[in-house]
Write a protein that binds this ligand. Sequence first.
Ligand code: NAD
Length: 368
Amino acid sequence: MKYHIAVVPGDGIGPEVAAQAQRVLCAVGDIFGHEFMCVPCPAGGAAIDKTGVPLPDETLQTCMKSDAVLFGAIGGPKWDALPGRLRPEQAILGLRSAMALFANLRPARIFPQLSAACPLKDSIIQGGLDILIVRELTGGIYFGDRGRSEDTANGKFAWDTEKYSWAEIERILKIGFQSAQKRRGRLCLVDKANVLESSRLWREVAESLRGCYPGVELSPMYVDNAAMQLVRNPGQFDVIVTSNLFGDILSDEASQITGSIGMLASASLGESGKPGLYEPIHGSAPDIAGTGKANPLAAILSSAMLLRYSLNLIGPADAVECAVEAALDAGWRTADIAGMDSTALKAAGKLIGTKKMGDEVLRHLKKN
Ligand code: NAD
């Protein structure tokens, strides 16, 4: 089959890691008999330099017409002084909104080969850690009514509103249930239903859907407890589904537990059949851009998510993930995941850069 992939390399290390992910996509396509037509699209600072705007209309149209979007990273000090609507970040916000990407999926996983990078004690992570956080992305308090006012009794005050409709909750919960079905069958709904009315609606919707997914065990948990349990006993979680605000905070907490930002991929999904957007969770890392040191594995793992979630190509997705594991098993490390062993790794010739890590993943790519 032939697929159209919009590739948005972006700024800083974005183009460096996206190039490796694109190489891996094309190679896995050759192995499995699929063709990925990759169309490069400028966005972020690169687009500002070229066209004056962070998200040119042509980029938006190409992304919306594609089967999926592979995104690098955007931003950097060069564009920091620009006014808000012209800043590089507007590119990702614009894409999310135009493509109606309401679900953000972030796996947080400790690779056994990299467990030393985890800041938690071995006794806490001995069972491993493999969590998928499903965050609602286009609703809730980030988009609700807000304002400021002043009166004689209170002086200045401000408000933000958490507001969710049944339909908004239902569509994200369905993604949570479906994800749990494809994994270990456990779905934890994180909310604050002891206080918030909106959370109580999340619970009602979850109860109404429970019967449609008999293989999934649904358990609700208050967000304060979830924040604690993530560092106390993270192995208990399989899929967490939650609102925009809680998901924003918990997904960053979970990613820190893995200890390696250069390893973490993400997917943003819209309605079924519409293109999704796939990107590493890290930014453009201006401090290492151009040095060839960036870890491309998060971007490569994002391409595996693209294959799995947008194209439903499970075999190729598994093959990419296995090749990443195999490269790690063979001892290859970029500087960010070298830990305390960097001197020994360097002496052994195993401390490598972006392109060589891409080469190693390619070398281990095969039909399982
Ligand atoms: P960052 O993720 O770019 O970097 C944080 C630290 O992690 C840096 O020390 C960096 O060198 C390191 N790092 C990140 N990715 C790495 C990789 N693949 N390999 C090795 N090391 C890696 O976050 P930041 O410094 O806060 O932000 C830099 C720029 O990126 C800012 O302009 C910010 O707005 C932007 N940003 C963009 C996105 C996005 O495109 N979705 C996300 C976050 C930040």
